[in-house]
Design a protein around this ligand. Structure first.
Ligand code: ADP
Ligand code: LRH
Length: 465
């Protein structure tokens, strides 16, 4: 083993610190894993940053004890679009709000009415999704403009974590590309758009974007003391948008389609140029940035979020203890129905709650269309998994049409690849080979970009992992 890098990967369902042992290949070892569950606080749904930070430090402590001097660097990736605002005293202005908070309700319509349906797309290549950073900032401007005025930096969640670890504020470019406030080519914040929509007076967009694989600083004295990490461990940027780190493992070559299948399913490809045609817009693609500055056109599909929340209904309200493999098993023996669930229906965006139990929403979706499905775990899980596989197959056709390229293969990256029924159904519905990539693709992508930055692996080896 030549060296170890630590990949901190926070997904919407769970977070983990992985140690990547770099030798002839790269081996990931889990140092800590912790639940990620947003909490209601001060009127909004917020990420529980304190508990996430505890889980991260626990991982660092385990890694420091196990690997000592071998640890060369650390990098953070998380879900996109959410942010922390920091004032000129270096203080957090408020705890980060979760993108599932309803604060942006109605804003897509009002921006589209005032500035036209295509304005944000034309500037950024990003589809108008209500939870995008641009709409979150506009919501904050309405409800608490003083907080925005005080802000000196906007740090996306991984930028914020890196700042906590090394004190350096930066805006990593893959995550910035998810905000719908930056140019699709990675050149920086789109100041024309920012001005046009009324955010031009803010200091937060003064900084240039930072590329993936750049050294920000080293571990602070405080954290070194708490965790046992050495002070000279570097804090690097990876592709801090989790989907971009996972997508770094897309096999090289034309026609390679990835699905980053975790809480969300992000289906797309790596492309030399953004796809900005009318057809791309109509297909609801978003052009995010790949780690190396190429484009990452993809579609957001609601994903395994739907199964996660059905499971919460059964486990939290029903007092059961269903695991994912058990749900896949009962789905296999359930009776199929012809109607295919639209997993992207808006009814499925909000998380499970006692007042609006999630699994019931699936049954109601079918009932509203004249189909009764038995309200048990097997039937509901089957409907969800099948709905998701159909969403993949339909999106594949759209991507092929818009890119003008026949898909050579689809690679399912992330936890979704563990769902064998989902993989089988996707393979049956897609007109090309479907393969399963790394289950921890995001953490692996994060680690690989660090290894590349440290000169421990070659660029051409990245997409082979
Ligand atoms: P995120 O990073 O967004 O939290 P992950 O990539 O960890 O997501 O994927 C989590 C999802 O993977 C779970 O919601 C679940 O649906 C699926 N999953 C994880 N483990 C299994 C398993 N053993 N069998 C079937 N599905 C699984
Ligand atoms: C997946 C993800 C996705 C975003 C969403 C907010 O974790 O980063 O790419 O659209 O979270």
């Amino acid at each position: 083993m030549k060296a170890v890098v630590l990949a901190v990967d926070l997904g919407a369902e769970s977070g983990r610190v992985m140690a990547a042992e770099i030798g002839d290949g790269i081996n990931l070892r889990e140092m800590s894993r912790f639940i990620n569950k947003p909490i209601k606080k001060e009127g909004h749904l917020r990420w529980d940053m304190e508990s996430l930070w505890r889980g991260i430090l626990e991982g660092f402590t385990v890694a420091a004890a196990q690997y000592g001097d071998l640890i060369k660097s650390i990098s953070f990736d998380t879900w996109a679009v959410d942010f922390a605002l920091i004032n000129n005293e270096g203080e957090l202005i408020e705890e980060p709000v979760c993108y599932r908070d309803p604060r942006t309700e109605g804003l897509v319509d009002s921006i589209e009415t005032e500035f036209g349906k295509d304005t944000i797309w034309k500037h950024t290549g990003i589809r108008n999704l209500p939870f995008n950073t641009v709409f979150q900032l506009l919501a904050l401007k309405k409800s608490a403009p003083e907080k925005l005025k005080q802000a000196e930096s906007i740090l996306m969640i991984p930028d914020f974590l890196a700042w906590k670890l090394c004190g350096v504020a930066s805006n990593e470019w893959t995550n910035a590309s998810s905000t719908a406030l930056a140019s699709p080519s990675g050149q920086g914040w789109d100041l024309d758009l920012i001005k046009k929509i009324g955010l031009g007076d803010l200091a937060i967009f003064d900084k240039a974007l930072t590329k993936s694989g750049i050294e920000l600083g080293t571990v602070s004295a405080d954290i070194a003391e708490i965790t046992g990490l050495k002070r000279d461990v570097k804090v690097l940027t990876c592709a801090s948008h989790d989907t971009a780190s996972a997508a770094a493992l897309t096999p090289a070559g034309a026609g390679q389609v990835f699905i980053s299948s975790g809480t969300w399913s992000l289906m797309g490809m790596i492309s030399e140029q953004p796809l900005l045609s009318k057809e791309a817009k109509e297909a609801n693609l978003s052009n995010e940035l790949a780690w190396d500055g190429r484009s990452r056109p993809l579609k957001n599909i609601m994903g395994l979020w739907v199964l996660q929340n059905c499971r919460r209904t059964w486990n939290e309200e029903g007092g059961a203890d269903w695991s994912y493999p058990e749900l896949v098993d009962v789905a296999r023996s359930a009776a199929d129905v012809d109607l295919v669930l639209d997993v992207d229906d808006a009814a499925f965006f909000e998380q499970h709650s006692k007042e609006n139990p999630y699994a019931d929403r699936v049954v109601k979706w079918f009932a509203d269309r004249g189909v009764q499905i038995p309200a048990d775990e097997g039937n509901i899980s089957l409907a969800v998994i099948k709905g998701l596989a159909h969403a993949y197959a339909n999106t594949l056709k759209e991507i092929e049409k818009v890119s003008g390229q026949k898909a050579q293969a689809v690679t399912i990256l992330g936890g979704g690849g563990r769902n064998e029924l989902l993989v089988e159904m996707t393979a049956q519905l897609c007109d090309c080979p479907v393969r399963v990539g790394a289950h921890e693709a995001t953490a692996l992508g994060n680690a690989v970009i660090q290894a590349f930055a440290l000169d421990l692996i070659k660029r051409e080896d990245i997409a082979k992992l």
